[in-house]
Design a protein around this ligand. Structure first.
Ligand code: PGA
Length: 258
């Protein structure tokens, strides 16, 4: 895994109100210790309405879990009913913003152009994007995964400097594995993550490729985290369903112990 520190991110999606968020984090803070945070970076990505509560809780309890968001708009402000500006998230000490999750792409029509604008806006506002990519089952069976995934990465990082790419996070999430209980095999996930790293090297050079962290996402659980995370090009996990259960999520963070 070179010397890239793994990042385990809990994507809560549209789950847990701000009371439930506090209860979940209160359990998590007893399950994780200083030793865990030394070897693994951890972030949680609650719904927007929880972020202020989550920020206040983590800061007052001195829990070194980074606050993340699941999405944002790319403009600084304006007449965009229902949207949230990146600068608003930065003011809440948000560190990581998930961009281009397949649910945003498939259910809310986000295309590569919009995703690239968001990635840029997240950087301009002092935060780190987690840029997601991933193909469908048909694409996998038709062996079109490589083209789809590297195309999404191409569009998302094209306008960035090598230094920005080095500091960001990419997430490979096969659509057929999200929320289905079906995980890519560690070999398959490794293969695609190695293609992604090769693409970064092609576009932005060896230093950026060596430094960029690549997460795997799609039905990650305590039982499969260690195998996935021991692959040379997998530097973390983007966890959906299993992140809602603090015990399961803590065991994923502690994947080295299993
Ligand atoms: P899952 O979701 O772990 O529930 O499959 C992963 C994701 O969508 O980020």
């Amino acid at each position: 895994m070179a010397d890239r520190k793994p990042l385990i991110s809990g994507n809560w999606k549209m789950n847990l109100n701000h009371f439930e968020a506090t209860a979940t984090l209160d359990k998590l803070r007893y399950l994780l210790s200083k030793d865990d945070y030394e070897v693994v970076d951890v972030s949680v990505h609650p719904p927007f309405t929880d972020i202020r509560t989550v920020q206040t809780f983590l800061e007052s309890e001195k829990v070194p879990i980074a606050v993340g968001a699941q999405n944002c708009h790319w403009e600084a402000n304006g007449a965009y009913t229902g949207e949230i500006a990146p600068g608003m998230l930065f003011k809440l000490n948000v560190s990581y913003v998930i961009v281009g999750h397949s649910e945003r792409r498939e259910l809310f029509g986000e295309d590569d152009i919009v995703v690239a604008q968001k990635v840029k806006a997240v950087f301009e506002n002092g935060m780190t994007p987690i840029l997601c990519c991933g193909g469908t089952l048909e694409e996998r069976e038709g062996e079109a995964t490589r083209g789809k995934v590297t195309g999404q990465i191409h569009a998302g990082i094209e306008a960035l400097t090598p230094e920005q790419v080095a500091s960001m996070v990419l997430a490979y999430e096969p659509i057929w594995a999200i929320g289905t209980g079906r995980t890519a095999s560690a070999e398959d996930a490794q293969q695609v993550c190695s293609w992604i790293r090769a693409k970064v090297k092609d576009m932005k050079g060896a230093d950026a490729a060596k430094a960029v962290r690549i997460q795997y996402g799609g039905s990650v659980k305590a039982g499969n985290a260690a195998e996935l995370l021991s692959q040379p090009d997998i530097d973390g996990a983007l966890v959906g369903g299993a992140a809602l259960d603090p015990e399961e999520f803590a065991r994923i963070v502690q994947f080295r112990l299993s």
